[in-house]
Design a protein around this ligand. Structure first.
Ligand code: IPD
Ligand code: CA
Ligand code: CA
Ligand code: CA
Length: 257
């Protein structure tokens, strides 16, 4: 088994290389296709970056399981030591329309070693990474567990559709918070909560949207939960909250009103 330090250094080198490829790709015209509707899009860069990571994983760890948003489904039925979960570009709509406010996310779930999460916001040169035992780092600086902000003290990041439809009483949540943000990139919303800049992030998420953040949340005392109180699974889209413990309890009470 590869030791955690070596593994994290290796993955960081892949992320930096992928980041350089994305920056170069931004100077070329992007090829965009719609998936389920006009807001759900994918570009040639999403697919190329996912393939780049899959090639690296297969080269170094040929027996590992790999799950990726853009179609990778490798050995998922088998029991393996390690599972990789890839979101090659999180915030694709932002990437396509704004060339900003997107990130790369990778999670490594390990049976006997330490699980590791990586959220790389390359346009800000910020890589948030780490796990429960090694701690979480923003680039090379150790991140301290954030203050336990309450809802009235905190800024919250919400999914715009859920806010408009008042799902999970999010309009009440928004009124009580000191401010609301809707960046359109799960990784950035989660990163702000892990860094203590925001008190909560709530959205419908797929496993690749929350896996990296959930690993890092453990060592920072941030609550990760499903909004209906169900177990988070790695097989479906669910309503997910990342929050400080105090804000989580307040939002949970609002669901019981
Ligand atoms: C999406 C973004 C968006 C969030 C969606 C995600 P994608 O990821 O993170 O902010 O609200 O739930 O699916 O498709 O751009 O990788
Ligand atoms: Ca997508
Ligand atoms: Ca995503
Ligand atoms: Ca994506």
């Amino acid at each position: 088994m590869m030791e955690t330090n070596r593994l994290s250094e290796l993955v960081k080198s892949w992320l930096y290389e992928a980041g350089d490829r994305i920056k170069q790709a931004l100077s070329q015209p992007l090829e965009m296709t719609e998936k389920t509707d006009r807001t759900d899009i994918v570009t040639n860069v999403d697919r190329e970056i996912e393939q780049f990571f899959v090639n690296k994983i297969v080269e170094y760890f040929p027996n590992d399981r790999v799950l990726g948003e853009e179609g990778t489904n490798r050995y998922l039925e088998q029991e393996t030591e390690r599972t990789w979960i890839i979101d090659p570009i999180d915030g694709t709509l932002n990437f396509y329309k704004q060339q900003d406010y997107f990130c790369l996310m990778l999670a490594i779930e390990q049976e006997s070693g330490e699980s590791l999460g990586f959220i790389y916001e390359l346009m800000r040169d910020e890589l948030l990474w780490g796990g429960e035992a090694s701690g979480v780092y923003l680039n090379d600086v150790l991140v301290k567990p954030p203050a336990n902000q309450t809802l009235v003290e905190g800024i919250v990041s919400l999914n715009s559709g859920m806010l408009l439809e008042n799902t999970f009483a999010l309009q009440t949540v928004a009124k009580q918070a000191i401010g609301v943000r809707m960046v359109g990139c799960a990784g950035i919303g989660i990163k702000e909560v892990l860094l203590g800049k925001q008190a909560a992030y709530i959205s419908y998420l797929q496993p690749w949207d929350f896996a990296a953040g959930r690993i890092m949340a453990k060592s920072l005392g941030i609550v990760v939960a499903e909004m209906n109180g169900q177990e988070l699974t790695m097989t479906q889209r669910q309503a997910v909250i990342f929050a400080t413990p105090a804000t989580y309890e307040e939002i949970k009470k609002m669901q019981e009103l």
